[in-house]
Write a protein that binds this ligand. Sequence first.
Ligand code: SF4
Ligand code: SF4
Ligand code: SF4
Length: 194
Amino acid sequence: MANRTLTEQIDSLLPQTQCQACHYKDCLSYASAIANHDEATNLCQPGGPRTYRAIEQLKPTNSPCPPEPTAKHIAVIQDDYCVGCLKCIKACPVDAIFGSQGKLHTVISDICTGCNLCVEPCPTDCIEMVAVPATTTTSAVDNKTRYLNKKSRLVEKNKTKKDQHKLAKLSRKSYSKTQEARLNYILNVCCDES
Ligand code: SF4
Ligand code: SF4
Ligand code: SF4
C-alpha cells in the first residue's frame, strides 16, 4: 500500500502478540512510539533481531541488536486448580482461552502466542508456560485479527453497559417524576377539600 503511515508500516513488521514486553500497551503503540518519538527499535522481544533489522531499514535509530527470542512457550491450565474466575480470559489479548464463570478454563494451544499475560492474574497459580517446538508459531495477521476482534467486542460490551445504565437512570428519573406528580395531585385534592 503506497500511502501507509510510518506507524502502520512498522506495525506490520511486529509479531502482533500484544505481549507488552516492550512496555507498551500493544504493538501499534510501540510502532507509533518508534515512528513519532524516536523510541529504540530493539524492544520487541518476540521479534528479536529479525524484526529489529526490518524496523531499522525503515527508521534507523542505531539501537543495539537485541538477543534471539527465547524458546516458544504456550500456556497450559492445570485442571485441578482452576476455579473458573475468568481472570485469565480477561487478560488474554488474542482470545486464546475459553471457559465460563465457575467452570474449568482451557487454553486453545494453536492460537496461544505464549505472551504470558494470563499467568500473573491467576489467583490459584494454575497456569504453566510450557516449551513447545520453535515451529509452533502463530501468524502475525491472525494474532492481530483476534486482538482487534476482542477489542471491538469489549467496546460494544461497554457501550451496551453504558446504554443500560442511562436507561436505568432515565427510568428512575421518570419514576420519581410520576411520584412527584401523584403527590402534587393528592395535595391539591386535599387543599381543595379543606
Ligand atoms: S509483540 Fe513486540 S511490539 Fe508487540 S507488544 Fe510484544 S514486545 Fe511489543
Ligand atoms: S493463553 Fe495466556 S499466554 Fe496464551 S496468548 Fe493468551 S494470555 Fe498469552
Ligand atoms: S485465572 Fe486461573 S483459576 Fe481463574 S479461570 Fe483462569 S486458570 Fe482458572
